[in-house]
Structure formats: structure tokens, C-alpha cells
Design a protein. Structure first.
Length: 482
């Protein structure tokens, strides 16, 4: 199958940090279909050879194991092309169309790796230039809007040029093997599903913790914050996969219909419940892995006195028969104690304990990163002959070890899916809008509150103490405090 993949924002951060390395991995793994061209477009003048040189230099910043040898790069680079485009000029789109039409590839994927503010203008121009035929797909990278109205506006313009199945909204978490395993765990195995409900599950925690700070992205991040950057998309997508009903099939819309129902069932926030059920924080200077790190306000390009949140913890509920009354806790932040993303499913304790000593409830830990696996925490008899008290033990499944050679990274998977037209792992417009609808009251309540602001936490900690108090109210504790 021949394809042309056009990367708008071809010299941008996302392209050289994530997309090109992912495409190279796909190439190295022999998964990038033969007959594919990758065309980077950006504003400045460069030849193909200059662009290839530019990308070769950028590979120096990639993990060593993922760097190409000279020979590999030479073969991969044959696929790379470059074209100067001023994205405001219709004639430049016409030129691009001509370049694509001359070859007439089976599939054209247009990846918008530009600032999202340009999406509406680019999509209208693509439509006007006729770059929206049935063999064309457009890929949109987050953030898709900064609130419901702006997301709807982007979707309106996209829908004027492309059909829904041509518009692929990326949430790179959905491309992670660990996240696909969530679907496998729930719907490929009969073991857990009968227990996957309020009668057996006491609470669920989703933690997306990063130890990195905002780096050099201070200006972007300050206009975004953790709620928009991580909760509206990644954390909510994980929640939908944990809470959704079994879909009738593995088809994209069957899955997305079920995810949408979960988003619609989330307990809506009011100004009062935001104060009670949502904690926002901002990191101060501290120590991470023995290294002193700056506070958020001292990061480059962060405006003085910023009230941007770098941490969010919240409690919500999925209001339906399966989950009524089960708290879902979501937590994410920068400069936390560890880089650790996981989902913890806390089962209810046995109804009538017969063994002496404390009885710990079972727990399923779904590890997303850096490790990718499952831990099932149980109690077992030691058989020591001296005590009948049970001891905690756990089953540990390491998917990285089990499937090492076959695993592919998030962007690699999503780019290959975009080329092949597999839509399961992309977010539909109604899901994305519903997620905005749910977070918006939190944004509004924070905007209206000019007294409290985010709570400080020390870099290298697990966030402000109020996050622990939030969950302690229900008699629970975050996984690391249990
Ligand atoms: C991005 C956010 O979507 O996800 C970043 O914009 C964040 O702020 C990143 O660091 C985390 O992704 P990953 O794959 O490193 O967990």
C-alpha cells in the first residue's frame, strides 16, 4: 500500500521529538508499509538534503537504543522529503495537492503537528484546496481547544472539510501498549468482568505522576495547566476504559459509544463540589533523585506570580448501576516523587474475616509506566506452623518482559493505525467535547476564585497534603501511603 504522510509543523518539537523517532522505529521494525513517503512542511526554505541533515542531528537527543546507525538512517532518510509552505497561502496548498496528486498514493495522512490555534485555518484551506478526498485522513494532536467552545469551533471547522471517520484525534496514551492491555484485561478474559462492579470494588485510583518539571515549555504550560494538559484527555480516557460497559464488538464506534456513555455518567461538578472534591497544586523548589530543582515560578518563561496548577487530584463518581457510590480518584502532577503511572483497583474486604490479624483487601495494580504490567495483591497462608495470620503476596506480570520484541511505542502504533485507517485508538469529537463539558465547571470555579489559588507542594513529594486529606475523607489512602 502506498501512502504519503504529511507532517505540518515539520521542524517543530513534536515532529522531531516524537513523530520522526516513532516513524523510524516503525521503519526499523519493518512495520512502515513499503512505498511510503514522509513529507515535512514548514515555513523556512530547505532542500530535502538539508532537512535530512537537520533530522539526523536531532536524533542525537533520542535514547541511544533508538538512534539509527549511519546505514539505517541513510535508508530511512530516502523516505523523508521537505516542502516550504506558508500555511496562510491558498496557492501553497494547491502546490502541495499537485505534489501529492502527481504520485496518487493510495492513502494520504495529513498530520497537524502545529500549534492548535492554526487547526481551523489549516483545515479550511485543506478543504478549499480539495485536499480532503476519501483517501485522505487528517490527524489532530492535542490540545484540541482550551475549553468546550474552542473545541467545538475546531470540530465545526474540521467537520466542514472532513467526515468524522477522516478526522483522527490523537491521545497518545491510547497508543501505549499498557493502555491497550486494559481492554484486553477486561474484555479478553472472563476472570475479572464479574467482579468489575460496585459489589466487589471499593474504589479506583488513577495516578499519572511525572518527576519532570515543565522544562522549556513554561509559556505553553502556563496557559494550559495540569487539568487541561493531562486530566481532560489522558486521565479521562483511562477512566473511560476502566469504567465502560463491554462493547458489542472491537469496532471503533462500538468502543467509542461506550466510552462516551461513561463521560456522560460522570458526576458533574458545581462550584461547591469543586472546592471540596478538587485539589490543585503548584510545585516549589525541592529535590528529585538527589538533585535540587527549581520551583514552578522560577522555571523559564513562566510569568511572575502565575497561579497555574501543576498538580490536580480529584474525586468523582460514575453515576450508573455498575458504579454507583464507588469513588474514582484521579491524580496527576509534575515534579512528583516518581515517574509512575498506574491504576489501582481496590476490592472490597472479605465480608466475614475468619483468620486472625489484619485482613487486607485484594488489590489489582495496573502499571502503565515506566513498567508495564499487572500486580494482583492477595493474602496467603505462610504455612509456618506458628501462626494462622495471613501474609500479603502478589502475582506480578511483566508485559515488557513477556512481549519485549513485539512491543511498539505509543506514537509508532498510532501513526501506523492512522496510515492503515484503524480508528479504535482515536478519540471521537463527541467524546472530546463531553470531556471538556465535564472539566469546564472546574476551570470556571478556579477562574472565579481570586483568593485561594493552587496549594504549594515541594518538588519530589506526592503533591499538597490536601490531596491526601481528599481521599482520607472516604477512609482511603493513595497507593504509596497504604
Ligand atoms: C503530554 C503533556 O500530553 O503528555 C505533557 O502535554 C506530559 O505535559 C506528557 O509530559 C506525558 O506523556 P508520557 O507519555 O511521557 O507519559
Amino acid at each position: 500500500m502506498s501512502f504519503d504522510l504529511v507532517l505540518f509543523g515539520g521542524t517543530g518539537d513534536l515532529t522531531w521529538r516524537k513523530l520522526i523517532p516513532a516513524l523510524f522505529q516503525a521503519f526499523r521494525h519493518g512495520k512502515l508499509p513499503e512505498g511510503g513517503r514522509i513529507l515535512a512542511v514548514a515555513r523556512d526554505e530547505r532542500s530535502d538534503a538539508e532537512y535530512r541533515e537537520y533530522i539526523r542531528d536531532k536524533f542525537a537527543g533520542v535514547d541511544e537504543a533508538k538512534q539509527p546507525s549511519a546505514d539505517e538512517f541513510a535508508r530511512f532518510a530516502e523516505r523523508l522529503h521537505y516542502r516550504r509552505m506558508d500555511l496562510s497561502k491558498p496557492e501553497h496548498y494547491a502546490g502541495l495537492k499537485q505534489w501529492l496528486d502527481e504520485r496518487g498514493a493510495d492513502t494520504v495522512v495529513l498530520f497537524l503537528a502545529t500549534s492548535p490555534y492554526l487547526f481551523p485555518a489549516i483545515c479550511s484551506q485543506l478543504g478549499a484546496a480539495g485536499l480532503n478526498g476519501p483517501h485522505v485522513r487528517v490527524v489532530l494532536e492535542k490540545p484540541l481547544g482550551h475549553d468546550l467552545a474552542s473545541a467545538q469551533e475546531i470540530n465545526r471547522v474540521v467537520a466542514a472539510a472532513f467526515r468524522e471517520e477522516q478526522a483522527l484525534r490523537i491521545d497518545h496514551y491510547l497508543g501505549k501498549p499498557a493502555v491497550q492491555n486494559l481492554m484486553a484485561l477486561r474484555f479478553g478474559n472472563a476472570l475479572f468482568e464479574p467482579l468489575w462492579r460496585r459489589e466487589s470494588i471499593a474504589s479506583i485510583q488513577i495516578t499519572l505522576a511525572e518527576s519532570i518539571g515543565v522544562g522549556t515549555r513554561g509559556d505553553f504550560y502556563d496557559g494550559t495547566g495540569a487539568l487541561r494538559d493531562m486530566v481532560q484527555n489522558h486521565a479521562l480516557q483511562l477512566l473511560t476504559m476502566i469504567a465502560m460497559e463491554p462493547p458489542p464488538s472491537n469496532q471503533a464506534d462500538a468502543i467509542r459509544d461506550e466510552k462516551l456513555k461513561v463521560l456522560k455518567s460522570l458526576k458533574p461538578f458545581t462550584p461547591e463540589t469543586v472546592g471540596r472534591d478538587v485539589v490543585r497544586g503548584q510545585y516549589k523548589a525541592g529535590t528529585i533523585a538527589g538533585r535540587q530543582v527549581a520551583g514552578y515560578l522560577d522555571e523559564v518563561k513562566v510569568p511572575a506570580g502565575s497561579r497555574c496548577e501543576t498538580f490536580v487530584a480529584l474525586r468523582t463518581e460514575v453515576q450508573n448501576w455498575r458504579w454507583a457510590g464507588v469513588p474514582f480518584y484521579l491524580r496527576t502532577g509534575k515534579r512528583l516523587a516518581a515517574h509512575d503511572s498506574q491504576i489501582v483497583v481496590n476490592f472490597r474486604p472479605v465480608p466475614h474475616p475468619i483468620f486472625p490479624g489484619t485482613s487486607r483487601a485484594n488489590q489489582l495494580v495496573i502499571k502503565l509506566q515506566p513498567e508495564d504490567g499487572l500486580e494482583l495483591h492477595l493474602l496467603a497462608a505462610k504455612g509456618s506452623g506458628t501462626s494462622e495470620a495471613l501474609s500479603p503476596v502478589f502475582l506480578d506480570l511483566d508485559f515488557d518482559k513477556a512481549f519485549a520484541a513485539e512491543r511498539v511505542g505509543g506514537y509508532e502504533r498510532l501513526l501506523l493505525d492512522a496510515i492503515a485507517g484503524r480508528l479504535n485508538l482515536f478519540v471521537r469529537s463527541d467524546e472530546q467535547e463531553q470531556a471538556w463539558r465535564w472539566v469546564e465547571p472546574v476551570l470556571d470555579a478556579w477562574a472565579a476564585d481570586d483568593t485561594t489559588g493552587p496549594r504549594p507542594y515541594v518538588a519530589g513529594s506526592w503533591g499538597p497534603p490536601a490531596a491526601s486529606a481528599l481521599i482520607a475523607r472516604d477512609g482511603c489512602a493513595w497507593a504509596e501511603e497504604q
